[in-house]
Design a protein around this ligand. Sequence first.
Ligand code: HMG
Ligand code: MG
Length: 294
Amino acid sequence: MNIPEEVTIIEVGPRDGLQNEKNQVPTEAKVAFIKALKNAGIKEMELTSFVSPKWVPQMSDAKDVIEAGLDSDRNFVLAPNRKGIDRIYDTDVKHVAVFVGVSSSFNKKNINKTTEESMNELQPIIKELKEKGYFVRACISTSFYCPYEGKIDPVDTVALCSQFVEFGVDELSVADTVGMANPLESYELFDRLHNNLGDKVLLTGHFHDTRGMALANIYACLQAGITRFDSSSGGLGGCPFSPGATGNVATEDVVFMLEQMGIRTGISLTGIAEAVDIINPHISRPIGTESSHD
Ligand code: HMG
Ligand code: MG
């Protein structure tokens, strides 16, 4: 069995977790959530996104969240296009995440461009970001299934990931946007990615938990040599343009599973429970962390 000594958790609750929330969460609550997550031991986090406030009103306070939440940790801000990148240049953010779907139908719904159009826009942007010294993470949506096109050919996912590596990104966060992937599919895709790209880029698994398979998928990814996973405290989240998909796998569940297996995460379950208590009153769907105890 391939069991690493240590795994890195990238907390995506403040971004993926909250973006789909229909109540406008007060900026102070977002910042308090971020600070509590950091106190719990989170060292890498997606803070927010610079997207159109008309498309995703919940993220319209991104600049304020960044000003209050930024520190020396690896704090990511998402941006889908030139306008988002220019907004990043107005801040002290040093870690950028771009996002594209393998499925063009999904990409159209999410970013209003085909996958090819997005890639053409992103190639010079990524070159420029790297020249300026930014860390660039590429989030690959619909890597397994698309809500509009169904099953995605893994060959297409690997091809898109390889293109991003040629563009010079530092990390690929490869996502099961809909939460339909099974452990065998997860192992096979990540094994291919690890063998083809593992020495050129950081590889991260991003699982939504629609069918309760996310932990099994993470376990399968460990077997493929993957040691980085995105998760969202309280299991918050979902993409507004992926109908039916539920939240990300819960950080507390991933930490609990890994620590029980003797794998270090550096994250306190009590600390995560405290963070969830801060955000819970602002969430329309109650979230729970019954397993969140050290
Ligand atoms: P568009 O309507 O085609 O954009 O949307 P446009 O270029 O025609 O511009 C329209 C207006 O938006 C203009 O303003 C622009 O200035 C403004 P107006 O003149 O009408 O006042 N605009 C922006 N404003 C702020 N920030 C920007 C920006 N860009 C344009 N960056 C656009 C295209 C990409 C903007 C839109 O489709 C959008 O914002 N999409 C984001 C959708 C989103 O946030 N999805 C969730 C994140 S991805 C995800 O969750 C998946 C992930 O978790 C992995 C997984 O699980 O799969 C990462
Ligand atoms: Mg997601």
